[in-house]
Design a protein around this ligand. Structure first.
Ligand code: 5AD
Ligand code: SF4
Length: 453
């Protein structure tokens, strides 16, 4: 078979990173190998995100730019996959006639077949979204991707999808529309995948889902039909021999159980890090967002998490300028920031998304006010993150090595902080070392290697 080269550009979340891996793996059975740039590619895939208007605009402008490439190389195949593909479907083919294939979020496993189909019969859009979707089982082959493509596909650190879709219908969010109804994978399939990865040299696993806390709630995930929760899954995965670190993302506070919080106390290899999106610090905004918790309830969760795991590093997502957000509502978000002192946060200006309820809400906030609020929030978060980073100075931490190809060693703590050290010993990615933290920067820490951990 003639070997062809594909180039894949991933936008958006870790879920998409994992989906890109799946497409890469599927394509490898169709004679494709991964390349590192657009120039040498026979097939270009944009794996897209539509969570915010800006993310979607980025994809559209890149697609427009690829028109030239197709003109210069008529055999070039262009594929749009992921959330924008799901959302726009055939409209993409109409607007962008140089696109050969549109692959929706549940169709990525068939990308190879769909490509053949488009070669035979012209441009295709596969965007079926099945409510009772069975996530196919594709055991990972660690070698299926170009290992330099992104940091997240380094073989010692891998993602495992445990569920797809979302049933929460937060009023601002496009995900239920692009990823469909919530479906959890069978626990045995997940354990098999983790076992295969760890056997192949993986040291750290991140379990992925739009709302992992509700794993197993909408469909049966155990072979005997017994109830089985996300905490049960965490316990089982954590016991896979050779797995050094376990993480998960992302969580909705409304489904966070005491049992799950206690896992941070009881599971040794569960990393002391929690991403718990709050979105807003005002009860009335949270209600309009359909988040189903109050500020007080969120603060109680934070207290409980810190009770079970005092050193846990908390991060969050915040939206500013949601329709109707008053100056007082926004002060509520600033107050929450002061109370929790998050280690870090991701903050965004609200943007209307197609098909969402908030899209039709009145009292839209002026863009300049949104920008001012975002700037204020981010400036304060930067100060807090820096202060949090300084708390680590003088402490001894175990870090996992990510890169030691230069004279410094780049590594990561359990709390997800990057640590740079002078290369005083030879280490490989995935090795654990003990370091003393010597300095804190705004975005990373510096340390000194003491001994292999
Ligand atoms: N506008 C702005 N931010 C959004 N997010 C999700 N939808 C929107 C939207 N319409 C943010 C939320 C979510 C993160 C992934 O993106 O904070 O947690
Ligand atoms: Fe973007 Fe959400 Fe789709 Fe991930 S699931 S790619 S964040 S829209």
């Amino acid at each position: 078979m003639e070997q062809k080269v594909f180039f894949i550009k991933t936008f958006g979340c870790q879920m998409n990173e994992r989906d890109s891996e799946i497409m890469a793996q599927s394509l490898s059975t169709y004679g494709y190998v991964e390349g590192m740039d657009i120039a040498g590619a026979d097939l270009i895939i944009l794996n897209t995100c539509s969570i915010r208007a800006k993310a979607e605009q980025k994809v559209m402008s890149m697609l427009g730019y690829l028109r030239k490439n197709k003109k210069n190389k008529p055999d070039l195949k262009i594929c749009v996959a992921g959330c924008v593909a799901q959302q726009e479907g055939k409209r993409i083919l109409k607007k962008m006639p140089h696109v050969d294939l549109v692959v929706g979020t549940q169709n990525i496993y068939n990308i190879g077949e769909l490509l053949l189909e488009s070669s035979k019969n012209g441009p295709q859009a596969a965007i079926g979204l099945d409510d009772k979707y069975d996530i196919p089982n594709l055991l990972p082959t660690l070698s299926s991707r170009n290992q330099d493509a992104t940091i997240s596909i380094q073989p010692f650190r891998k993602f495992v999808t445990i569920m797809q879709g979302c049933n929460n219908y937060c009023t601002y969010c496009v995900v239920p529309h692009t990823r469909g109804r919530e479906v959890s994978r069978k626990s045995n399939d997940i354990i098999d995948e983790v076992n295969a990865l760890v056997k192949g040299g993986t040291k750290e696993i991140t379990l992925l889902g739009q709302n992992v806390n509700s794993y197993g709630k909408t469909n049966s995930v155990s072979d005997n039909g017994n109830s089985y929760s996300f905490s049960d899954l965490l316990r089982e995965v954590s016991e896979v021999k050779g797995l050094k670190r376990l993480r998960f993302t992302t969580s909705n506070p409304k489904d966070l159980t005491d049992d799950l919080m206690r896992c941070f106390q009881n599971i040794d290899n569960l990393c002391h890090q929690f991403h718990l999106p709050v979105q807003a610090g005002s009860d009335s905004v949270l209600k309009k967002m359909n988040r189903k918790y109050t500020v007080r309830q969120y603060l109680n969760l934070v207290d409980n998490l810190r009770h079970y795991c005092p050193e846990i590093a908390l991060t969050t997502d915040v939206i500013v300028g949601f329709p109707g957000e008053s100056p007082e509502d926004f002060e509520g978000t600033m107050n929450l920031l002061e109370k929790v002192q998050f280690h870090g946060s991701f903050s965004f200006k609200y943007s209307d998304r197609p098909g969402t309820r908030a899209g039709s809400f009145e009292e839209k906030i002026d863009e300049t006010i949104k920008s001012e609020r975002l700037a204020r929030f981010q400036a304060r978060q930067d100060e807090i993150s820096f202060k949090r980073n300084r708390e680590y100075v003088g402490k001894i931490k175990t870090v996992m090595v990510e890169d030691c190809s230069n004279d410094s060693v780049k590594s990561r703590t359990e709390t997800n902080h990057i640590v740079h050290c002078a290369k005083t010993i030879d280490a490989r990615p995935g090795d654990c070392l003990d370091v003393t933290i010597t300095r804190a920067g705004q975005h990373s820490l510096q340390g000194k290697i003491i001994n292999p951990g």
